[in-house]
Design a protein around this ligand. Structure first.
Ligand SMILES: [Zn+2]
Length: 195
């Protein structure tokens, strides 16, 4: 298991220059993470989401507004604390892009770390990650990091529109928000003969 403390260290090692000043001292994962048994986890989940039908499939969640992460002890994957810690470092601007963009990007960065450690994350936001990977293919991880950690969503949008075509980012984001991952990927394909 990547512990919350290790998660903080990995974030700082890889993304410190992208973070705003107040997050550069790190420690957000260690400070905010609570690993709970089923009874404790359910109580907090019910308070946050009520009976939304997703409880049985939830292994963890983060509340970026308070900096808290709640992890279900038995359900969590080895990489879960790292994924949740990443949420705590993501920028407010990126958080406004919608759940699927947020989760796809968080999991994309998670796998960059877990793949090398032999941690299997398949089945966790696979489609979201696949679409975000294609976005990253166009603009590069550095640009994606500047938006996710540093809040330069405008820069990301501009870069995507410049590389593919005007309006692409908005199309991609709308399709992601609607859960139409194939449409999101299609939005990234330049139309022929219009170069
Ligand atoms: Zn998440």
């Amino acid at each position: 298991m990547i512990t919350p403390k290790q998660s903080d260290e990995i974030v700082l090692e890889n993304y410190k220059d992208k973070l705003p000043d107040h997050k550069q001292k790190g420690g957000l994962g260690e400070k905010g993470t609570k690993v709970l048994d089923d009874t404790e986890f359910k109580k907090i989940y019910d308070e946050a989401f009520g009976d939304d039908g997703e409880y049985d499939f939830t292994s963890a969640f983060a509340d970026p507004s308070t900096g808290e992460v709640f992890i279900h002890r038995e359900r969590a994957n080895e990489g879960t604390p790292y994924h949740e810690t990443l949420h705590l470092y993501s920028s407010d601007a990126y958080l406004r892009l919608g759940k699927n963009m947020i989760e796809g990007t968080t999991e994309y960065f998670t796998r960059k770390e877990t793949n090398g450690r032999g941690i299997n994350r398949s089945g966790i936001y696979d489609e979201e990650v696949s679409a975000i990977s294609e976005l990253a293919d166009w603009v590069g991880d550095d640009m994606l990091e500047r938006a996710y950690f540093g809040g330069d969503v405008d820069g990301l949008k501009e870069a995507v529109d410049q590389k593919v075509s005007k309006g692409t980012f908005n199309k991609f984001q709308s399709a992601m928000s609607a859960g139409n991952f194939d449409d999101a990927k299609k939005a990234l394909k330049p139309s022929k003969g219009k170069i």
